[in-house]
Write a new protein. Sequence first.
Length: 296
Amino acid sequence: MKKTTAARRLAMILGACLIIAMLPAAVMAAGVYAPVKGTITYYPDNEEASVERNVSISYKSDGRITKLEDYRIAGSTTGAGPLIRSWSWKGNRITKSAFSYAALLSSQTTYSYREDQLEKRAFRGSTDTAALYQWKKGKASFSDRKNGITGTLKADKNGRIIEETWDENGDIYSSKTRYYKNGNIKSRTESFQSEDQADYKVTRKYNSAGYITSVKTRDSLITYSYLMDPKKNSPKKITVIRKDLTKNKEAPFVLFTYNFTKYQKVKRTRNCDQNGIEFLLFAENGTYPSMREGLY
């Protein structure tokens, strides 16, 4: 892709982003429609021609997501390919989430609850692990001796997880989560420390409607800008831009765009269940999906 063309495209997009940024949060939060059909468009590495793939999302009438069929773009650690996620619900709580990427990776996590609190979480993938939580005054701990894992959870007065830690044979994972009054996640910061791998830290931020707005790591800032459908008050186009935060200072560039053409009326939009179990809409491409993938 020629630099002049890229610069012109970026200037137009940034201008549109300024308009979107001035939209009040209440407008974003008031939507009763959610996108269900569209496309993702991206430029493969070192190629001028764009590539377009289909995207589809399924919801229940109250806004609980049940399936997301996306496409992971080239440049991801495992390459390009179809990506499918699905969720099962009981009331306002997720009971199972499944992940499938091309023919390379797949995993499944199941959740069970007792007295409105997460009691058990079991992961099946590259390794099989299970955590049985013991709660006392808003805090819980567990031990998985078979896999050398211990951990803790902390919940707020509404039973939503606000802090989480894991110690897997010396590899330390932790997260902190903030919520809007409507129950949607406002921000989640995750960190991972390992003796034999690089340390990571990532913060995802959302607007009150539950749509992701930015993903920040030590090396990059990825922003999501929304062009809204004025009649349906739902995203019509999403532009995802990456800004380099390293000493190299590469110019910002467009990672990819989503364009939606079909919508479903829902009671509300959301990005997590009642206990704060997060699902990442529009966040699978170059944006560091949750580090819990592969841990749980």
